[in-house]
Design a protein around this ligand. Structure first.
Ligand code: ZN
Length: 64
């Protein structure tokens, strides 16, 4: 009998401590399946569980 089949999180939140925004070195917050920079507001995608911290791929947060 298997345990429940909950999906694992997008990735281990612990590694968030080791990640920083490549643009402003700000802290990142996991926001659904994306990472939002608390410093400059860029939003980085998480693809296949791997955060894509490339300034080119980031989108500026539109709400505010
Ligand atoms: Zn930033």
């Amino acid at each position: 009998m298997c345990a429940d089949r909950r999906k694992p999180p997008a990735f281990d939140p612990v590694i968030l401590d080791r990640l920083a925004c490549p643009v402003c070195m700000g802290a990142l917050r996991l926001d659904g399946s994306r990472l939002t920079c608390l410093g400059c507001g860029r939003v980085y995608p998480v693809v296949d569980g791997i955060p894509v911290l490339i300034a080119d791929r980031a989108k500026m947060h539109e709400s505010h």
